[in-house]
Design a protein around this ligand. Structure first.
Ligand code: FPP
Length: 222
């Protein structure tokens, strides 16, 4: 959900106003994805690198995530959305927020509609480090470690590899998002800043995806 800060700066507003405006985009895009029948939808809400931002912005983002959860979880629950989190649950994340995250997961765990995964305090490299640590703790012999083993030790082993990754705001990077999982995903880059991103932009990205030829390293059958 990139471009919030720039959106706000362009309007002469504090950066945090961009995050606030991004909530509307998130809800619209989520609803659009749900209408299309998308089953798995993941957003990058806070990265392991975002702690480097000014303390006021970090504090704002932590409170903002909590506020969104509190205000939206019932509405999402009614829409049969299952809320999940991926990321490091470490000391830096306030206990109260961790509790809210657990509550949202528990409230919605039996829902059968779209799975809405929030990558929070998430880093793709951190996820791989955490997976390796748990594999070592489980004393799995090196010769028995396969790609499947690593997938099984990721934060949410039930999450399928994404078909499509959309990056907004004209940046052309993965920025440590789902590094393992994105190996064969189609990437769509949009110039639109996140606060201006709406379901139409999601639909356009999916249309672009539909025109791609996914070969997974093989060749296309004629
Ligand atoms: C990146 O824009 C955006 C973020 C770091 C936060 C986005 C978070 C939300 C919209 C809230 C989502 C909350 C939940 C619970 C799902 P940026 O600040 O990097 O923008 P810039 O690149 O223009 O500076």
């Amino acid at each position: 959900m990139d471009g919030n800060g720039r959106w706000a700066e362009l309007k002469g507003l504090p950066r945090t106003e961009g995050h606030t405006a991004g909530e509307q985009s998130l809800m619209d895009v989520l609803e659009g994805a749900d209408e299309l029948g998308v089953k798995w939808f993941t957003v990058f809400a806070f990265s392991t690198e975002n702690w480097r931002r000014p303390p006021e912005e970090v504090r704002f983002l932590l409170n903002f995530n909590e506020k969104i959860l509190l205000e939206r979880q019932d509405e999402l629950h009614e829409r049969n959305v299952r809320i999940r989190f991926v990321g490091r649950r470490e000391r830096r994340v306030p206990k109260r927020l961790l509790k809210r995250m657990d509550e949202a997961e528990i409230l919605t765990r039996k829902n059968t509609g779209l799975t809405f995964t929030i990558a929070f305090n998430y880093g793709g490299r951190a996820e791989l480090v955490d997976a390796m640590r748990r594999i070592a703790d489980a004393e799995i012999p090196a010769s028995r470690i396969t790609e499947k083993t690593i997938s099984r030790y990721l934060y949410d082993p039930s999450m399928p590899d994404p078909d499509l990754m959309i990056r907004t705001s004209g940046e052309y990077r993965i920025s440590n998002f789902l590094l393992w999982e994105l190996a064969y995903s189609e990437l769509v880059f949009s110039e639109v800043l996140w606060p201006d991103f709406r379901r139409e932009h999601l639909f356009a990205a999916i249309k672009e995806y539909q025109d791609r030829d996914r070969r997974y390293g093989g060749v296309t059958e004629s």
